[in-house]
Design a protein around this ligand. Structure first.
Ligand code: PEP
Length: 252
């Protein structure tokens, strides 16, 4: 059966020193918390990966990058490839975050390439999808999310697809303090699972973890995670404070 997962997305926050400190705190909190019921992952800036990899217990805390390049190697100044990410010891990579799509022009085609390169390196993509407010309001949100999945992921075979974690992140809820209701999240997550089932079959769909992201915090996590198709969360702002992040982890 699919995993329950809480993953932090630190975005462009923390200096190296602050990041190492935060990672140590989360690692320690997990070590001293009884009965953690989900996998826990932190996705951190590239500059922090190799060092954080050395200070956490990877059996209890997974480590991921927030992006990787759409090329394997070569003359792409400033880029960081999937093999480079994997060489730090990281096991996960967030791909398709709405901030990458919006500010860095990441197209479905580019994301398809990134997903393939990440999988080839044994990295687990946490693939983000989600509609903007206008699409929520004009009623096209289900079609939008379906297209995002089809365009970037449906070239994968069932075995490859089985390695993907999905994160439904309504763009209007990211960093805005405005959370999707538990019913809105459940509607979308059930729909996504059906889209997967129609393509890859019920078993693959039932085994796919679908996380919710968008202003998830300790006060609303339990209600969201209680929904049958919500398998955890991708957490931005609230992952930057150990107590808040652990409050979400403990919501299961
Ligand atoms: C995110 O950007 O992945 C996210 C969910 O952010 P926040 O929790 O801050 O809304």
């Amino acid at each position: 059966m699919r995993k329950k997962i809480v993953a932090g997305n630190w975005k462009m926050n923390t200096t190296l020193e602050e990041g190492v400190q935060l990672a140590k705190e989360v690692n320690e909190a997990l070590a001293t918390t009884e009965g953690v019921k989900c996998d826990v992952v932190i996705c951190v800036p590239f500059t922090h990966l190799a060092i954080i990899n050395q200070v956490i217990d990877k059996d209890r805390l997974g480590l991921g990058a927030e992006n990787c390049a759409d090329h394997l190697k070569g003359a792409y100044t400033g880029e960081v490839s999937a093999p480079m990410v994997a060489s730090t010891g990281a096991n996960y990579v967030i791909l398709g975050h709405s901030e990458r799509r919006q500010y860095y022009g990441e197209t479905p085609e580019i994301l398809k390439t990134k997903v393939n390169l990440a999988l080839e390196e044994g990295l687990t993509p946490i693939f983000c999808i989600g509609e903007v407010l206008e699409q929520r309001e004009d009623g096209s949100y289900l079609d939008v999310v379906k297209a995002q999945i089809e365009e970037s992921l449906f070239d994968l075979d069932a075995e490859q697809f089985g390695k993907i974690i999905l994160a439904y992140e309504p763009v209007w809820a990211i960093g805005t303090g405005k959370t999707a209701t538990d019913d809105q999240a459940q509607e979308m997550h059930a729909f996504i699972r059906k889209v997967i089932a129609d393509k890859y079959g019920k078993e693959v769909a039932d085994n796919t973890s679908i996380l919710y992201g968008g202003s998830c915090k300790p006060s609303n996590a339990a209600q969201l995670f209680a929904k049958p198709d919500v398998d955890g969360g991708l957490i931005g702002g609230a992952s930057l404070k150990c107590a808040d992040f652990m409050g979400i982890v403990n919501a299961f």
